[in-house]
Design a protein. Structure first.
Length: 209
């Protein structure tokens, strides 16, 4: 018995086009990508691709917007949720960032290409997500400084340093093809990053406690 082939809905087709296009942009950059080749990779005609996305800019924009669709409250929960537990807060931040980068490594390549090509849409993502992430962590660090738990350091510099450990690991693994050998579980990585960071920013009295 021949089973009828599933006919994609409009939303499913758009999703497939976006995922395939993201991988194509990640390999060729925005300037190097061609609509005809993107359509071929997606298995659709040029006209159908233009029906969903009127231009290459519109397609690129939709890819970025789809990555920003996660509600900010999930990425930046209120500090009160952690009840003053520094390990819990930093672990949640590191685990969330690592999970997002590991689940979609082609998007990291796409962003790198966009930044190197000085594309406005890549800078938009930096403004909408990366800068907010740095400032979110910096606000927490500044709060803990005011409470007397952390040493006085530039909170923005410290936030970039902490997030940088996570980003550096992901870039070495997925962009440069240099993973840790033997592999280390995510939970172990996060615990190490959090411990190293807190050992640097906590006051001596807090470390002894």
């Amino acid at each position: 018995m021949i089973r009828a082939r599933h006919r994609l809905t409009t939303s499913e087709r758009r999703r497939r086009i976006l995922d395939t296009s993201a991988r194509h942009f990640a390999r060729h950059g925005f300037s190097g990508a061609r609509i005809r080749k993107i359509a071929l990779a997606c298995g659709v005609a040029d006209t159908l691709l233009f029906h969903h996305f009127p231009s290459k800019d519109a397609l690129y924009r939709e890819i970025l917007d789809s990555r920003l669709s996660v509600p900010e409250r999930e990425i930046f929960p209120p500090f009160s949720r952690f009840d003053g537990d520094d390990e819990a807060f930093l672990s949640a931040v590191a685990s969330g960032l690592l999970a997002r980068m590991e689940s979609d490594p082609s998007f990291t390549r796409l962003l790198f290409y966009g930044a190197l090509e000085d594309h406005d849409l890549a800078h938009d993502f930096v403004d909408c997500r990366i800068r907010k992430s740095v400032r979110y962590v910096a606000r927490y660090l500044a709060l803990r400084q005011r409470q007397g738990g952390f040493r006085k350091v530039d909170s923005l510099v410290a936030a970039r340093a902490f997030l940088g450990m996570v980003v550096h690991h992901s870039l070495l693994t997925h962009l440069f093809g240099y993973p840790l050998r033997p592999a280390v579980p995510q939970e172990t990585l996060v615990r190490a990053w959090v411990a190293l960071f807190l050992n640097g920013v906590r006051k001596a009295s807090e470390k002894r406690a």
